[in-house]
Design a protein. Structure first.
Length: 212
């Protein structure tokens, strides 16, 4: 999809309600669905923000940024995620957090980022984070200088490929235990958990706008 067409469709976004849990839970791991159905109570979560950043390539086609995190001693080691991270005491709000982390991790120019709207907040039990996603566009030339300390690879799927995604079951390993989870396969990578849930809400919302 041409970037200008994408931006024109997004002009409708304030006329639509977010799909929320109905969309998010379609990609949630089974244990998270059970927690939700059992009325799991969140206590003292930490705050974080991520960014769905869309940009145009040299042919003006629309792409989205994902990152493959480096291996480290943590629950999200070597996973596909959106650029983002935890809220620092110096951050004035979560929108600021999303922009700051995206600039740090992708090496993009802050002045070209335009945040359009927040999506549904999502809780991540393993790390006890409430994560606020922000839908954004990048109005500059595509240039990335990723932080090698945090980012192993930048993945840039096209919007056209995202719109064709199908939900599949994948077997993943968490703390040396294998489990089957709903997922997307994006550029050969298994995308599951919160990242897949956020993508599914975006795709549901965007398809609603296209079909309106």
């Amino acid at each position: 999809m041409h970037f200008s067409d994408f931006k024109n469709i997004l002009l409708k976004i304030n006329d639509f309600n977010l799909p929320g849990n109905k969309s998010l839970l379609k990609l949630a791991p089974p244990n998270r669905v059970k927690q939700f159905n059992d009325g799991f109570k969140i206590t003292n979560p930490r705050k974080a923000a991520v960014m769905l950043l869309f940009f145009k390539d040299m042919s003006h086609k629309t792409h989205m940024t994902l990152i493959l995190r480096n291996k480290y001693n943590g629950v999200h080691s070597n996973q596909i995620s959106f650029p983002g991270g935890k809220m620092e005491d110096s951050d004035k709000d979560l929108k600021y957090t999303a922009i700051r982390e995206t600039v740090e991790e992708l090496g993009v120019d802050k002045s070209f980022i335009k945040v359009l709207t927040p999506l549904s907040e999502i809780y991540i039990p393993p790390s006890n984070f409430n994560v606020q996603p922000y839908l954004s566009i990048y109005n500059g030339k595509p240039f990335f200088n990723p932080d090698s300390k945090e980012v192993s690879q930048i993945i840039k799927p096209s919007l056209d490929s995202l719109l064709k995604l199908k939900i599949v079951e994948s077997v993943i390993s968490v703390e040396n235990k294998e489990m089957s989870v709903p997922s997307y396969i994006i550029d050969g990578h298994v995308v599951w958990g919160a990242t897949a849930m956020i993508i599914n809400e975006f795709l549901t919302l965007f398809n609603d706008m296209i079909n309106s």
